[in-house]
Design a protein around this ligand. Structure first.
Ligand code: FES
Length: 114
């Protein structure tokens, strides 16, 4: 596993998202994104559990209008941004897959796994 810098923490609004980023995850090029709230971040694979489409319609736009939920632009599924659980929509009860991220010296750090 290799640590990689995804972005500066300051580049993500709070609450807000950044991505997608293309990373090597379990040996496969995979799109991921980061959700930030305050001084914490959560990483998710950009892969809706409904039909495996990316969530966003454009870069960095993953939240619904109220900013409470991650929104899949394909069929409107809503996800809790901290747990990844789908709370509304066609994949209710399923979940986004986590991508581990951390903050180090003001940078958001992810990993590449060959
Ligand atoms: S692909 Fe996300 S709700 Fe259908």
């Amino acid at each position: 596993m290799t640590e990689i810098i995804l972005c500066d923490l300051a580049d993500i609004p709070s609450p807000g998202c950044k991505g997608p980023f293309s990373v090597l995850h379990d040996g496969v090029e995979t799109l991921v994104f980061v959700y930030r709230k305050g001084s914490k971040v959560w990483g998710w694979l950009d892969d809706c559990p409904h039909v495996h489409a990316p969530l966003e319609m454009e870069a960095d736009r993953f939240l619904n209008l109220t900013g409470e939920y991650l929104l899949c632009s394909m069929h409107g599924a809503h996800f809790d941004p901290k747990t990844g659980a789908c709370v509304l929509g066609p994949c209710k009860g399923r979940s986004l897959r986590a991508y581990p991220v951390a903050i180090l010296n003001g940078k958001v750090i992810g990993s590449a796994t060959p």
